[in-house]
Design a protein around this ligand. Structure first.
Ligand SMILES: NC(=O)C1=CN([C@@H]2O[C@H](COP(=O)(O)OP(=O)(O)OC[C@H]3O[C@@H](n4cnc5c(N)ncnc54)[C@H](OP(=O)(O)O)[C@@H]3O)[C@@H](O)[C@H]2O)C=CC1
Ligand SMILES: C[C@H]1O[C@H](OP(=O)(O)OP(=O)(O)OC[C@H]2O[C@@H](n3cnc4c(=O)[nH]c(N)nc43)[C@H](O)[C@@H]2O)[C@@H](O)[C@@H](O)C1=O
Length: 307
């Protein structure tokens, strides 16, 4: 990308899109195209075509998606598979038809089989059954990866796909019904502290292992790969180590300064037992995460307090 290349960040108000936007602005990219979902509903092909015909973006970061935590995915599977298939199909196809130079597609580590060996290598895709709580979402994401590869093969496009691990940071979703675990726990411990509640309820058994990447590190990796990577093969993005949900809850409890108890609600699903990504490929491409969990959590809690 040149500093004056026309760059469309789809989903620029979300956790990932807003971090990519801040990164591009900080790096001096000045020709950025942005639309909210109200201004441009990416599920609507006609709206997407009109937008691409008018703006003709050269580079596209596809960070617009229907996103949610374990319970939202489990309760609204039709919304997750439909919206994601529509958004990604419309944007990937219009990027080809309106001559975009390059597109970066954001997948997720839930595309890997539930019981795949750990750490998850890119080649484990489609080698086993998926985690049932997010299978429809994962299938939409797998379709996105295959669509990028197929367009590259048949039409000679330059589409790349990245698979980030669980993310957190500014502009995260803190709605307790639909959010991911990390923002949910920040809010739960904060509210329990403010109201002097005796305990905080954490979903599931606390034993699942998860890896967490700060959204600004992810954004840096995405911009780096857009500039330095061109291959059909997807790339995992993570930190290379994980912790249990119980350990995460204890860390967040300490950051917030809550002194009550933690209780586990075992009626809620645990989901995948573990999904630690192998970051060998990413590291060999010359990129490594830099924000530690302690630093990221402190920043995320600060953002929550200010916003
Ligand atoms: N959060 C996570 O832990 C992870 C996320 N990812 C991936 O990163 C990407 C971004 O996720 P994240 O930032 O967390 O999600 P958010 O929910 O924070 O943001 C999603 C963005 O998508 C936009 N959007 C949603 N529906 C539409 C639509 N119909 N038309 C146009 N825009 C729409 C929203 O725009 P608006 O604000 O204008 O409504 C919003 O800004 C997704 O592909 C997700 O799969 C991957 C791994 C982990
Ligand atoms: C990014 C990724 O995100 C999702 O997969 P997930 O990692 O299972 O998501 P999660 O963050 O919601 O939960 C992680 C773990 O944490 C436990 N947990 C405890 N207490 C709360 C809690 O209060 N809220 C939530 N949401 N989870 C909680 C929860 O029970 C689970 O064991 C998919 O949407 C998938 O599609 C996807 O891509």
């Amino acid at each position: 990308m040149n500093k004056n290349s026309k760059i469309y960040v789809a989903g620029h108000r979300g956790l990932v899109g807003s971090a990519i936007l801040r990164n591009l602005q900080k790096e001096g990219y000045e020709n950025l195209v942005l639309r909210t979902s109200k201004e441009l509903d990416l599920r609507e092909k006609n709206q997407v075509d009109t937008f691409f015909a008018e703006e003709r973006p050269e580079y596209i970061f596809l960070a617009a998606a229907k996103v949610g935590g374990i319970v939202a995915n489990n309760e609204f599977p039709a919304d997750f598979i439909r919206d994601n298939l529509l958004i990604q199909t419309n944007v990937i196809d219009a990027s080809y038809r309106y001559g975009a130079t390059k597109l970066l597609f954001l997948g997720s580590t839930c595309i890997y089989p539930k019981m795949a060996p750990q750490p998850l290598k890119e080649e484990y895709l489609l080698t086993g059954e998926l985690e049932p709580t997010n299978e429809p979402y994962a299938i939409a994401k797998i379709a996105g990866i295959k669509m990028c590869q197929s367009y590259n093969r048949q039409y000679g496009t330059k589409y790349i796909s990245v698979m980030p691990t669980n993310l957190y940071g500014p502009e995260d979703n803190f709605d307790l019904q639909t959010s991911h675990v990390l923002p949910a726990l920040i809010r739960k411990f904060h509210e329990a502290k403010e109201s002097n509640l005796p305990f905080v309820e954490v979903w599931g058994t606390g034993t699942p292992l998860r890896e967490f990447l700060y959204s600004e590190d992810l954004a840096d990796a995405c911009v780096y790969l857009m500039n330095n990577y061109s291959s059909d093969e997807m790339v995992n993005i993570g930190v290379g180590h994980d912790l249990s949900i119980k350990e995460l809850a204890e860390k967040i409890k300490a950051v917030v300064g809550y002194t009550g108890e933690i209780k586990f609600d075992k009626t809620k699903p645990d989901g995948t037992p573990r999904k630690l990504v192998d970051v060998t490929k990413l590291n060999s491409l010359g990129w490594k995460a830099t924000t530690s969990m302690d630093e990221g959590l402190t920043k995320a809690y600060q953002w929550f307090l200010e916003n």
